[in-house]
Design a protein around this ligand. Structure first.
Ligand code: AHR
Length: 312
C-alpha cells in the first residue's frame, strides 16, 4: 500500500538525507588540511549535509561542537579527537541521544561502546616502521637521535613514540638524546629543532631526526640548513604522513623517509555509517588504514607530482 511504501522509504533513508557533524581538530598540518578537504568532498559526493566545526586545537571547543550537534539532532558525528582522554561524558551524551560517533585518525581512552567505530592507522606500527628503517639504515654506526613529538596527550604522539622506541630497543648504538613536542606544526618543528641543534654541538652530534609528522620535519629541515648542515646527509630524517612537501624535500635529497597516512578517513567512515544505518549491524570497532614506507628509492619527484593535487 501507499502507506507501506512511504514507511519503507522512511526506514531506508539513503546517505542523501543524512546530516553529519564533523568536529575537526584544526589545521595544524598539511595532512590535517587534506583530511578536511577530502571529508568535505566525500560528503558532497554522497549527498551528505556536513556540519563542519574547527576546534582550533582545543578539546573544550570539540566538546562544545559535539553538544551543539546533539542539540541539532544530527544523524551521526565524526570526531577527530585532539587528545586521548576526557571524552567519556560527551560520548555518553551522544549515545543517550542515539547518535553514532565515528572517530577519525586518532583514538580515545574511553569505553568502546561509546563510539561506533574508529577509522585510524596502526599508530604504534607507524612509529615502529620509522624506527626499523633507521635501525637498518645506520647499521652498526653510533647514532644520536632527536625526536619531535606530536601534540602532547594525543594518541599519535603517544603511540608513535612507543613504536619507535620498541624498534630501536636492543640496538645500543641508537639513542634518543633529545625529545620534545613540536605540536605537529611546521613553525614549532623549526623552533624546537633550532634548540636541539644548539644543545648538540651545533648539530654535529646529531645523526638523525625522528619527527611524528612531516610538517615538523619540514620545519626542522629548514633549521638544519640554516645551521649550515645538510639535512638528509649530515642529519638523516624519518617522519610520518607522506605529504607532498616532504616528497619535494626527498627529491632534493634533504629528507630520507616517510610513512604514509591516508588523509581519506572519511570514505571508509561514511561507508561504515551507511551500512550500519541500513542493517543496524555494528561495524568492527577498528577500521584500519594502511601504512606504507617511502624512501628516496621510490622516485620522490614522481610521488610528489601524483600527490600534490589530492586535497593537500
Ligand atoms: O592524527 C594524525 C596526525 O595529526 C597527523 O600525522 C598529523 O600531521 C596531524 O596533525
Amino acid at each position: 500500500s501507499a502507506t507501506m511504501l512511504a514507511a519503507c522509504m522512511f526506514t531506508s533513508a539513503s546517505a542523501k538525507d543524512l546530516v553529519v557533524g564533523f568536529s575537526q581538530i584544526g589545521s595544524e598540518s598539511g595532512w590535517r588540511a587534506a583530511e578536511t578537504t577530502l571529508t568535505k568532498q566525500e560528503a558532497k559526493k554522497r549527498g551528505i549535509d556536513l556540519k563542519f566545526a574547527d576546534a582550533q586545537q582545543k578539546q573544550e571547543n570539540q566538546i562544545k561542537a559535539i553538544r551543539s550537534f546533539i542539540a541539532q539532532g544530527v544523524d551521526a558525528i565524526l570526531l577527530a579527537p585532539v587528545v586521548e582522554t576526557g571524552w567519556d561524558a560527551v560520548l555518553k551524551e551522544a549515545k543517550e541521544a542515539k547518535i553514532p560517533v565515528i572517530l577519525l585518525d586518532r583514538t580515545v581512552a574511553a569505553p568502546k561502546d561509546l563510539y561506533l567505530t574508529a577509522v585510524t592507522s596502526d599508530l604504534i606500527h607507524e612509529g615502529k616502521v620509522a624506527g626499523d628503517w633507521l635501525v637498518k639504515t645506520v647499521g652498526d654506526k653510533k647514532c644520536n637521535i632527536v625526536e619531535l613529538q606530536g601534540t602532547t596527550g594525543s594518541s599519535p604522539a603517544i603511540a608513535r613514540k612507543k613504536g619507535f622506541e620498541e624498534a630501536i630497543k636492543g640496538h645500543d648504538n641508537l639513542k634518543i638524546v633529545r625529545s620534545q613536542t613540536g605540536d605537529f606544526t611546521r613553525a614549532k618543528g623549526k623552533e624546537v629543532m633550532e634548540s636541539f641543534l644548539k644543545a648538540e654541538n651545533g648539530g654535529k652530534d646529531i645523526c638523525a631526526l625522528y619527527a611524528h609528522n612531516d610538517d615538523m620535519a619540514v620545519g626542522a629541515i629548514q633549521a638544519i640548513k640554516e645551521a649550515g648542515l645538510k639535512p638528509g646527509k649530515d642529519i638523516l630524517t624519518v617522519s610520518i604522513d607522506s605529504v607532498p612537501d616532504l616528497f619535494k624535500a626527498m627529491a632534493a635529497g634533504e629528507a630520507n623517509a616517510t610513512v604514509e597516512l591516508t588523509p581519506n578517513m572519511a570514505g571508509p567512515a561514511f561507508d561504515a555509517l551507511d551500512a550500519y544505518l541500513k542493517t543496524k549491524k555494528e561495524p568492527p570497532k577498528w577500521i584500519q588504514t594502511e601504512s606504507k614506507l617511502y624512501t628516496q628509492a621510490d622516485d620522490p619527484q614522481k610521488v610528489y607530482e601524483q600527490k600534490k593535487d589530492l586535497g593537500y
